[in-house]
Ligand binder design. Sequence first.
Ligand SMILES: Nc1ncnc2c1ncn2[C@@H]1O[C@H](COP(=O)(O)OP(=O)(O)OP(=O)(O)O)[C@@H](O)[C@H]1O
Ligand SMILES: [Mg+2]
Length: 256
Amino acid sequence: MSDSPYALSLEGVTKRLRGRNVLDGMTLRVPKGETFVIIGPSGTGKSVTLKHMIGLMPPDSGRILVEGEDITTASPEQLDAARTKFGVLFQNGALLNSLTVGENVALPLREHTTLPEDEIRRIVKEKLAMVDMAGAEDATPDAISGGMKKRVGLARAIVREPQIILYDEPTSGLDPVMSNVINHLILNMKKTLHVTSVVVTHDMGSAYLIADRIAMIHHGRILQEGTPKEILQTKDPVVRQFIDGSIQGPLTTEAA
Ligand SMILES: Nc1ncnc2c1ncn2[C@@H]1O[C@H](COP(=O)(O)OP(=O)(O)OP(=O)(O)O)[C@@H](O)[C@H]1O
Ligand SMILES: [Mg+2]
């Protein structure tokens, strides 16, 4: 265990993909127990940033620390140990259609633990209840709605009681009511499990509601970071255009 105040930090991370510096000296620090929201235009490296945090993509240079431990110099065993601290909610839920909802949620326990079947069933039931999907064990993923899939994906992400949860676009494609259900689940995870969360989103309503801090990525690094209030009052023309969704502005000129 480390006494680092940060659950996660990226220190000057550079990553070149397809001839472009997608991450270009990215430095960010996520305090323990907080919800850190990453915003930014499409293709700016938000998902790539999440992949670096969990060690799925190695940086070209720079360091990535998980609870103060450098995972860029870690052995495969240390990296595995660091990964057990994470739960990840993928954009589309990433459920396996060949398995039932219950089997999907149980998968990380079956793959990584030797818990007995009745204990696995108990934990799955408990996690499905936490996301308001009690009794859905025997449903198949193709028979449930998009919002339900996200909730089942979240149950699977928390099944091993992670300290850090990464969410990639948790509310995209959902109606406003279901988006709010997911927002409140994210708030609840923080309150009841005291997890650290990193949320990538385009949904500014969600960002303002759930974030302790919001960081906008632009040109491979953080352009501005602050509390929702500070971001709402931004004087940076790029951040301003992005959060207002204005057609006119520096982002449009760049894209042209
Ligand atoms: N595995 C990969 N190999 C090569 N290039 C990649 C890879 N993953 C991402 N990229 C490139 O890196 C850039 C950033 O991608 P990323 O998926 O992080 O964007 P994003 O900010 O998450 O966008 P979106 O909002 O559309 O999800 C893109 O140009 C993408 O093509
Ligand atoms: Mg993405």
